[in-house]
Ligand binder design. Sequence first.
Ligand code: PLP
Length: 382
Amino acid sequence: MNFDFIQHDVIEQKAKSRYRQLVCNSATSQSNEIVINGKSYLNFSSNDYLGLNNHIEINKALQEGADKFGVCSSSSSLVTGYHYAHQALEADICQWLNKPKCLLFSSGFAANLALFQALGKNEESYFYLDKLSHASMIDGAYHSKAKVKRFNHNNIEHLTTLLTKTTKSPNKLIASEGVFSMDGCQAKVLELEQVAKSQQAWLYLDDAHSVGVIGDEGQGSNYFADIDITMATMGKAIGTSGAFLTCSEDLHEYMVNFSRHYIYSTAISPAIAWATRKSIELVKKEQWRREKISELSTLFGKLLAPEIELVSTESSIHAIIIGDEKKALMLSDKLKKQGIWLTAIRPPTVAVNSSRLRVTICANHNVKDIKYLAECINKAIA
Ligand SMILES: Cc1ncc(COP(=O)(O)O)c(C=O)c1O
């Protein structure tokens, strides 16, 4: 049989309680409700942290963008796909994060592959990645020609040792997530900035889970520190789709000329770029959304039974580590019966024996939702 690993691997996945399946959400409302197979659930697994998805003003801007520029860019940026909507969005992002240049990508995954592959041109480049970095950073780094080192999670000492021991090459890039996607904890951004400066390295942060949520205008890690290169997806707190990278003029010029992911890919929808401008305007001015996440998160921590430990975080993400895959799945199923949608996160997304319930608390949840969630989790785990 051709490619017989296909059947074999799926059978093995099922046996390990790691089997994954698509479920279709048929909800049509703007709330955090999802509807699966006709049953409604409170959604605590979404990345719509600020509750901006389906916002009436963003939807209106999407329609306006479609009317002005069309839904499709109809070409890669360097051919004819780069519209005024893209240029204006890039300018907004540069101003928001106080950075010289911005580039748009169809997804955060593509942006990460693009950056690592562009900078990892040859073996003179050295990448230092936090061990908990996202799959797309790891793939980007290892598929490049650079030498890749992994430092222990948030361990600045280990990073410094690796940096001082491995090379004198000037092409060093330190890479981390700003807020870690599966734990919710923040990187030590200021310390990373200091190490980068003292070791003449560049600092790259994947701010997918920080932008929108952290900072008084949702600037993410750039609120605290001067980050050489930042990537953020627009498919989470910003509530649209695609991703952006901010960087220096020189790197921008280099990416436009040499990044295969940028050059050989259709530019993002100009209608979505236009809608994203409106979304960023709301992200900046509606501080109440960040305050609500913070208030509800504090309440959640207080209501959980004392034996349930949460990783301390300023973000929307709250991880309850369960350990075993089967137990995590069983708990997720128990919660579903109570009308709560909380996906069990299992290896290889997280390390073996660290399967977890990853709770996301969003600005469109309310006190009643959080009380109900905590009550159901306490009952399920006790
Ligand atoms: C930390 C991180 N980086 C990158 C991505 C990929 O972004 P996108 O969904 O836009 O491809 C994700 C998840 O989606 C993520 O959690």
